[in-house]
Design a binder for this molecule. Structure first.
Ligand SMILES: [Zn+2]
Length: 284
């Protein structure tokens, strides 16, 4: 639906749900996160149930339409027969807006489910930023960015506020410290990169439902997250050769032996990061 169409249907409230898997209750590592892991099939059910809880919470607050992006690993984790059949689902990769593909200015709010902390956060469970294989860190305007920060900027570009995040304590606090006082559902607490104390699935789902409803209720008081001026992306690679070669591109500058700089809008930065994830697969 276009923006002009929206104003003629004032009862339509669209919500965008970006779903990752590392921050789902109970997840500690590859055993739950990869298709070959012995607990993966079971944790697809839990991820789907947390997304469904978010949708129910948003419906409790009056939301009527949903786009959900399956934003972990293959992008093929959510069980489509177990989601509500009146939503739309974004699947697989690559896609220009990454974990936020499908968002536009017709949405009233965005919600992050199952998020994890950024690469530099020592308190995060399975913490990384975009690609644990390829990237050391991602900074925008000299601020260390997690996926939640980047994705909040994409929502903000379209004037959409993020109203709620769920995940481990480090992930949730990292994003709320950056974007403002959004609703938080902390479903587990870290003992290390791959150990945690976690809520049980049903309790986590109930908390998510409650916090999404509260976030939707507060959507008019929460500001879309934006940064002033043009955005400067500093992308640090693990592999120096990968940085050196991507800096052959026009508008990409090598600023130290592992870090390239790219200046653009958050949409251009998102597309640059998507490209950087797909192309250097032989250089990690
Ligand atoms: Zn993930």
């Amino acid at each position: 639906m276009s923006l002009s169409a929206r104003s003629s249907y004032p009862d339509v409230i669209k919500v965008y749900v970006s779903a990752d898997m590392e921050g789902i209750a109970g997840v500690t590592g590859p055993e739950q996160l990869r298709p070959e892991g012995f607990e993966y099939q079971q944790f697809r059910e839990f991820m789907t149930a947390e997304v469904n809880a978010a949708i129910e919470g948003a419906r409790d607050a009056g939301a009527t339409e949903f786009v959900v992006s399956d934003s972990h690993g293959t992008g093929l984790n959510l069980l489509i027969d177990k989601l509500p059949q009146d939503i739309q689902l974004v699947r697989s990769w690559p896609r220009p807006l990454g974990m936020m593909e499908g968002i536009d200015d017709s949405f009233a709010a965005a919600v992050f489910i199952g998020y994890h902390a950024g690469a530099s956060n020592v308190g995060g469970i399975v913490a990384h930023t975009v690609s644990s294989k390829a990237f050391l860190s991602i900074r925008i305007n000299e601020k260390e960015m997690s996926e939640g920060g980047i994705n909040a900027l994409i929502a903000g570009y379209f004037g959409v506020p993020v109203v709620m995040i769920s995940g481990d304590e480090a992930a949730v606090c990292e994003v709320s410290d950056m974007v403002g006082p959004i609703e938080k559902a902390i479903v587990k607490w870290s003992y290390s990169h791959s150990s945690c104390r976690t809520m049980m699935p049903a309790a986590a789902q109930a908390l998510i439902r409650e916090k999404v409803r509260a976030g939707l209720d507060r959507r008019r008081e929460l500001n879309p997250f934006r940064m002033k001026g043009s955005l400067i992306l500093d992308l640090a690679y693990k592999n120096a050769e990968a940085a050196e070669v991507i800096a052959y591109l026009p508008n990409v500058e090598l600023i130290d032996n592992r870090t390239v700089r790219f200046v653009g809008s958050i949409i251009e930065i998102s597309m640059f990061l998507e490209m950087a994830c797909v192309y250097p697969s032989t250089m990690t």
